[in-house]
Design a protein around this ligand. Structure first.
Ligand code: CUA
Length: 338
């Protein structure tokens, strides 16, 4: 008996150790967590989620408690083979277990409607306006008041409202920065509106959260929340690009214009004005390529241009058949756009 108890205890310890390891592993670097909000909508949503979670926990303990209590209290006992007293109906109990859930539902509804009302507020008058267009499989960001178009990486000033119009060019996508706000679908032929206010500076990962085809999982984006001065500096840099040293007359620029890039991509201030692919203005400022897929290094960019499909299966950009020397020239031209 003693040995058995020890081995059960050892097994239990093992299970606990594994459970602990798994939960600790889940606490590491989680860039897309809703539990660490950095925007007003994410914060008010979490403030709703946590009390509801505790309430559910209390209900769980109560219900399971009654079940366990009944199992022990009314279990089979040796020599007691009779049928228990049969009862039917108990008006008091029936009323009680109708009333309690009704009250709980009303409490949850009031809490939820209050948060919905707060999050449905109109954007502040000084909100940064951004038009977002979803594409298979990347994001276009257009700041109509600033005349800036960029892709996959969004800049916003901290503590100021951002007002979004959300559209799609092809299928349904969904716009989501988990640490900043809830999600909103982007539906072809419709314009959805959304607002949020980033509350902490930092880098935030976002993700398309509506299945939109082959590379849905690789449709990522990044939000940079910066102080107002940093935002103004970013705007100025976007507008100044391309700098004089990177005019289209360079070898790389010539290749971009004549070897296919210009059919899809646009670079402000040049005659490269394609309308299909991500804007390349100030491309050198981007931290990633392929919609958040890989870091924007020379090697990754060269691999991308050589064969985009190998980096991001399903991507619509074709390989352009450039040789290594040409790829290197295009890479250095693009990286200079900043
Ligand atoms: Cu776009 Cu999923």
């Amino acid at each position: 008996m003693r040995i058995q108890a020890d081995s059960v205890r050892a097994k239990l310890k093992g299970v606990l150790a594994i459970a602990l390891a798994v939960s600790i592993a889940g606490c590491g670097d989680v860039p897309q967590t809703i539990m660490d909000p950095a925007g007003d909508n994410a914060r008010t949503t979490l403030d709703l989620f946590v009390p509801i979670l505790w309430l559910s926990f209390a209900i769980f303990i109560g219900v399971e408690g009654f079940i366990v209590y009944s199992m022990i209290r009314f279990r089979y006992r040796k020599g007691n083979d009779g049928i228990p007293v049969q009862t039917h109906g108990n008006t008091k109990l029936e009323l009680l277990w109708t009333a309690i859930p009704a009250v709980i539902v009303v409490i949850l509804a009031v809490m939820t409607f209050r948060v919905i009302a707060v999050q449905a507020a109109e954007p502040a008058p000084d909100a940064v306006q951004v038009e977002v267009v979803g594409n298979q499989w990347w994001w276009e960001f257009y700041y109509p008041e600033l005349g800036i178009t960029t892709a996959n990486e969004l800049y916003l000033p901290v503590g100021r409202d951002a007002a979004f119009t959300l559209k799609s060019n092809d299928v349904i996508h969904s716009f989501w920065f988990p640490r900043i706000s809830g999600k909103m679908d982007m539906v072809p032929g419709r314009t959805n509106k959304m607002r949020f206010r980033p509350e902490k500076t930092g880098e935030y990962d976002g993700q398309c959260t509506e299945f939109c085809g082959f590379a849905h999982a690789e449709m990522q984006m990044r939000l940079f929340v910066v102080e107002q001065e940093g935002f103004d500096a970013w705007v100025a840099r976007q507008k100044a690009s391309p700098s004089p040293s990177t005019q289209i007359a360079t070898r790389g620029g010539e290749l971009v214009r004549t070897r296919g890039c210009a059919a899809c991509h646009a670079i402000a201030g040049t005659d490269v004005q394609g309308q299909i692919g991500p804007e390349l203005t100030a491309f050198g400022l981007r931290t990633t390529i392929g919609a958040g897929l890989v870091e924007n290094t020379d090697e990754n960019l060269a691999a991308w241009i050589r064969n985009p499909e190998a980096v991001k299966p399903g991507v619509k950009m074709p390989a352009l058949g450039l040789n290594d020397e040409e790829i290197a020239a295009v890479v250095s031209y693009l990286k200079e756009l900043k």
